[in-house]
Design a protein. Structure first.
Length: 448
C-alpha cells in the first residue's frame, strides 16, 4: 500500500483497519497537511541553525570567541589592579566605610572604568552573576555614583531597571526621568517614560509632575499643560506640588494672569504652594512693573501664613518704582522697617534709583541720613547707583570725601558695637552684624 505520510518509513506494518481507512482518505487534502511537510520541517531547522550562528557571530565580532556558551562560562569577576592613578585612589578612599564589600567591588571598577578597554554591560552582568546583589545593594551603588557625579550614572540606572534583582518600580523610573530632566535631556526622559509604560508600570501624579517641571523649563508649555491634564484625569486629588509646577509653567510662559487664577483656585481649597512659587510670581510681576499684580501676590503670601522677608519687600518696592509710584514704594519701605525688617542692599538701591530718575537729590540724601541714623549703611549695589548718579552730576570729588567719612563712621560704629556686645557675651551676633555692615565702595574705584 502507499505510505500514509512522507515522514513514515516505507516498511512499517499497520493494522488492517487503518489500511482500509487510509485507502479512502486523501491526506494531502486535510487541513493539517503542512505539519507533515518535509520542506517546512527542513526550513525550521535551518532557521534555528541560522539563529545560533547569528548569536555566535555577534558575540565573536571582537575575535574573542565563536561560541556563546563557552564565552559565558569564562565570565569571572576580577578586582582592580594596583596600577591606578592617584585620583582614582582618592575616590576609592572616600567610599563609605559601612558599605558592603560587593558594592565596594563594583564601585571600584566603575571608578577605574575605561571606555577603551572595558564594557559596562558585561561588567554589570558579571557582578550580578558573581555577587548576587539585592535591591538594597543596587540602591547603595546608585546613590554613591550620583554622589560622585559619575558620568556612568545613567547607563548603570538603565541597566538596573531591566535587572530582576533590582526589582524596579515606578519610583525608580521617575527618578531616572527626573535626572534626565535636570540635564535637559528631554529625549532620554521621554524614552524612559515610554519604557516604563511598555513594561506595565502605571504612571502616577508624581511622575507627571516631573514631566510638567521638565517641559516648562524647556519651554514646551503645551506638553506641560497636557501632563497636568493627565493628572486631573487620574481621578485623585491634585497635590500642591503638581499645582505649584503648573503655576511655574504659567510663569515661565509669561501667562501671569493664568498663574494667578490657578493660585486663587488653590487658596479657595485651602491649598498653599511652596513659598518659592509665590516668590517667582512676585518677581515676574515686579520685573514687568505691574504694581497691582505684585501687591496682590504680596498679600497672598501673608494670607498663606508666609512671613515676608526683605527680598519679598524688595521685589514689591521694585514693582512700584518701575511703575513710577515712588510714594508707594517709600511707604512699603517704611512699613517694612516698622515690622522690624532691615532693608537690604537691593531695597536701598531700588529707592536710590527712583530718586535718580526723579532727579531728587534732596530726597535721596534725606533717605541716606535716616538709614545712617538707624545704623544702616549702604553696600555695593547702592554704592554703584550713587557713583553713577554723582558722576553724572560732576561731583565725584566731593562725594569721595563723604565716602571716607562714611567709612570712618562705620569703623567707629562697629568698634563700639563690638565692645558692648562682647561684654554681654554676644560675640556671634557682633560678627553677624559687622558682616552685614559692609562699607560703601569708593567712587574712584568703580569703573563708570
Amino acid at each position: 500500500m502507499p505510505c500514509l505520510s512522507p515522514i513514515l518509513p516505507s516498511n512499517i506494518h499497520l493494522p488492517s483497519f487503518i489500511i482500509s481507512i487510509s485507502n479512502n482518505i486523501k491526506f494531502s487534502e486535510l487541513p493539517f497537511k503542512h505539519f507533515f511537510n518535509l520542506d517546512v520541517l527542513e526550513y525550521r531547522m535551518k532557521l534555528q541553525v541560522s539563529k545560533c550562528s547569528l548569536q555566535s557571530t555577534s558575540i565573536g565580532q571582537d575575535g574573542e570567541s565563536d561560541n556563546c556558551c563557552k564565552k559565558e562560562s569564562k565570565l569571572i569577576w576580577t578586582n582592580i589592579g594596583s596600577n591606578i592613578t592617584e585620583a582614582q585612589k582618592k575616590a576609592i578612599s572616600q567610599l563609605p566605610l559601612k558599605m558592603s564589600n560587593r558594592c565596594k567591588a563594583l564601585l571600584k571598577r566603575i571608578i577605574c572604568f575605561s571606555t577603551e578597554t572595558d564594557n559596562l554591560s558585561l561588567l554589570l552582568a558579571v557582578w550580578v552573576k558573581a555577587m548576587k546583589p539585592r535591591r538594597a545593594d543596587w540602591l547603595s551603588v546608585l546613590k554613591q555614583i550620583e554622589r560622585m557625579e559619575h558620568h556612568l550614572l545613567f547607563e548603570v540606572m538603565e541597566y538596573a531597571l531591566l535587572e530582576n534583582s533590582f526589582e524596579a518600580n515606578v519610583r525608580d523610573y521617575t527618578k531616572l526621568i527626573g535626572l534626565y530632566a535636570k540635564q535637559n535631556l528631554l529625549e532620554n526622559a521621554e524614552r524612559s517614560f515610554c519604557a516604563m509604560k511598555q513594561r506595565g508600570f502605571p504612571y502616577d501624579q508624581v511622575t507627571l509632575t516631573v514631566l510638567i517641571h521638565m517641559y516648562s523649563k524647556a519651554g514646551h508649555f503645551d506638553h506641560a499643560k497636557e501632563a497636568f491634564e493627565e493628572i486631573e484625569l487620574l481621578g485623585v486629588p491634585v497635590d500642591k506640588r503638581a499645582y505649584g509646577s503648573m503655576i511655574m509653567a504659567y510663569i515661565r510662559a509669561e501667562m501671569l494672569e493664568s498663574a494667578e487664577a490657578l493660585l486663587k483656585e488653590l487658596e479657595e481649597q485651602e491649598i498653599y504652594p511652596r513659598k518659592e512659587v509665590y516668590k517667582a510670581l512676585l518677581r515676574a510681576y515686579s520685573n514687568k512693573g505691574n504694581a497691582g499684580g505684585a501687591q496682590k501676590v504680596f498679600d497672598s503670601i501673608q494670607f498663606a501664613g508666609i512671613v515676608p522677608d526683605s527680598r519679598h519687600c524688595a521685589l514689591l518696592i521694585s514693582a512700584y518704582c518701575i511703575a513710577g509710584q515712588s510714594v508707594k514704594a517709600r511707604t512699603v519701605l517704611e512699613n517694612m522697617r516698622l515690622a522690624g525688617l532691615e532693608p537690604n542692599d537691593r531695597c536701598i538701591a531700588v529707592m536710590l534709583g527712583v530718586y535718580e530718575r526723579e532727579n531728587d537729590l534732596n530726597a535721596a540724601l534725606s533717605f541716606l541720613i535716616e538709614l545712617e541714623h538707624d545704623g544702616i549703611l549702604v553696600a555695593e549695589e547702592s554704592s554703584l547707583v550713587l557713583a553713577r548718579w554723582f558722576s553724572r552730576l560732576g561731583v565725584v570729588g566731593e562725594v569721595q570725601q563723604i565716602l571716607v567719612e562714611f567709612a570712618s563712621r562705620r569703623d567707629e560704629y562697629c568698634a563700639t558695637l563690638n565692645a558692648s556686645t562682647t561684654k554681654s557675651g554676644n560675640a556671634s551676633k557682633t560678627k553677624r552684624m559687622m558682616k552685614n555692615k559692609t562699607p560703601m565702595l569708593p567712587v574712584n574705584a568703580i569703573v563708570l
